[in-house]
Design a protein around this ligand. Structure first.
Ligand code: BGC
Length: 475
């Protein structure tokens, strides 16, 4: 769909209760990896392993948010961004994962929460954004069923210390990514591989998500409790039954494997028979324990995937056809730019009748940014966000739930196995000096949020002409 840049997009169209924000995650921004009693997380350990992370990058310093949080929160205020999604680092709060609390860690998150609120910014907390305490990984991490009680202990501590001020909670971030990349493919921490790690990790994660939801709801009945999922719009490479079936299997794996048991529907094993092996890790009563009625679900979408049958790929017999091999536009992550994907995912999640409410808790893009004369003119990112927002609006106008939108992310940061190379921020970071520079996308978001649409319109028309000329010079 070709949507004109600069036209019809206006904050008011989303309604006054729509939540606008940015999303961040502890390990990607905080740095201060061993400050003030913090324990090691699996990412502190994994990034030290040779050749695991592009260019040997790590999160020891990252954006130094631990020391610069005041500056970054006042940047949010300057940008008119009213909601900040962030995660707590489990090993900063409980260095060994269970047992003694590190009060300096609690103090740090109290400072962030208080500073945000003083600046009129609502903090949204995610309890787990992939940085498991290393001490727990040494006991088997997510493959050990005891993790359900370790996670419950940590959840309770966070609820008790932060629940008086934090009104929006997310139990976990993208379970499919951290179990798939971390326990099956071995390309994320802790670097485990194979079905014998992946399947128990999946099951214990599902049980921990629902248990975390129950604990938060019990302790904080007035708070809004959710959890977030990654998802991609999946389409078959051809209409041949083999490709269509392959696409269904990948859809079950990437989009349905976590949400469906949580909604009380069980694992989608009829569409992905390999999931039948999870029964080995099930105990009596688990079917019920897996389900929890969340107040909201965070949908996180970046792209679509085209899938074809592949006999050579174990377990799923399917492979992804890369965007660059399809001749379509893609980001620095190699992900296709396909805004309709977010609409399709909102629709898919709206079709589950037990989901009460949906927020888009992440969406954004990495492009090669250039800091020139103190400016980053990232028109591609602005356009990406605008076109995705138009799809969110389209879903809302058709009566679907999509009650908020959080850009990934505020500042450029540590992009997991890709290190610092892909830049997703609305704000550029010079990682040598920690200098922040608001990109043109950040200025656009700020103007959009403050309702300065006339200004926006003329800026965008200018950007549009830049885009046209850069496209013309490429062809
Ligand atoms: C994750 C973020 C990540 C972003 C871009 C999401 O999968 O929640 O941590 O940086 O996507 O890859």
């Amino acid at each position: 769909m070709d949507i004109e840049v600069g036209e019809e997009l206006n904050r008011d169209l989303f309604g006054k209760d729509f939540k606008w924000g940015v999303s961040t995650a502890a390990y990607q921004i905080e740095g201060a990896h061993d400050a003030d009693g913090k324990g090691s997380s699996i990412w502190d350990i994994y990034t030290e392993r040779k050749k695991k992370i592009l260019n040997g990058h790590h999160g020891k310093i990252a954006c130094d948010f631990y020391n610069r949080y005041k500056e970054d929160i006042s940047l949010l205020k300057d940008l008119n961004i009213p909601n900040l999604r962030l995660s707590t680092s489990w090993s900063r709060i409980m260095p060994s994962g269970t047992g003694p609390i590190n009060h300096k860690g609690i103090d740090f998150y109290n400072r962030i929460i208080d500073t945000s609120l003083e600046n009129g910014i609502e903090p949204w907390l995610t309890l787990y954004h992939w940085d498991l305490p290393h001490a727990l990984e040494q006991k088997g991490g997510w493959t050990n069923r005891d993790i359900i009680s370790w996670f419950a202990e940590y959840t309770e501590i966070c609820a008790k210390h932060f629940g008086d001020r934090v009104k929006h909670w997310m139990v976990m971030n993208e379970p499919m990514v951290f179990t798939g990349a971390g326990y099956f493919l071995g390309v994320h921490a802790p670097g485990r591989t194979g079905a014998n790690n992946f399947l128990p990790a999946v099951h214990h994660t599902v049980l921990s998500i629902s248990e975390g939801g129950r604990i938060l709801k019990d302790l904080l009945p007035a708070a809004e409790i959710g959890t977030t999922f990654s998802c991609s719009f999946i389409q078959p490479y051809t209409n041949r039954p083999k490709d269509v079936n392959a696409a269904n299997r990948i859809d079950a794996l990437l989009n349905r494997m976590f949400i469906e048991p949580i909604l009380g529907m069980g694992y989608p094993e009829n569409d992905l028979s390999f999931l039948k092996k999870i029964s080995k890790y099930m105990r009596p009563g688990d079917e019920d324990k897996m389900a929890f009625d969340f107040d909201f679900i965070g949908v996180q979408n970046y792209t679509r995937e085209i899938v074809k049958n592949s006999y050579l790929t174990p377990y799923v017999q399917a492979s992804l056809v890369k965007a660059k091999d399809r001749g379509v536009p893609y980001t620095s992550m190699g992900w296709e730019v396909y805004p309709e994907s977010i609409y399709e995912m909102i629709r898919k999640f709206n079709e589950y009748k037990n989901i009460k409410k949906i927020y888009i808790t992440e969406n954004g893009a990495a492009f090669p940014d250039h800091l020139i004369d103190g400016k980053v003119n990232d028109t591609q990112r602005t356009k990406y966000i605008q076109e995705n927002l138009k799809q969110v609006l389209r879903a809302r106008n058709e009566g679907m739930s999509a009650e908020g939108y959080f850009v990934w992310t505020l500042t450029d940061n540590f992009e997991w196995s890709e290190g610092y190379h892909p830049r997703f921020g609305l704000v550029h970071v010079d990682f040598e000096t920690q200098q922040r520079t608001i990109k043109s996308s950040g200025h656009w978001y700020s103007d959009f949020l403050s309702g300065q649409n006339d200004q926006t319109k003329s800026d965008l028309n200018l950007e549009k002409s830049n885009l046209i000329s850069s496209n013309a010079s490429r062809s």
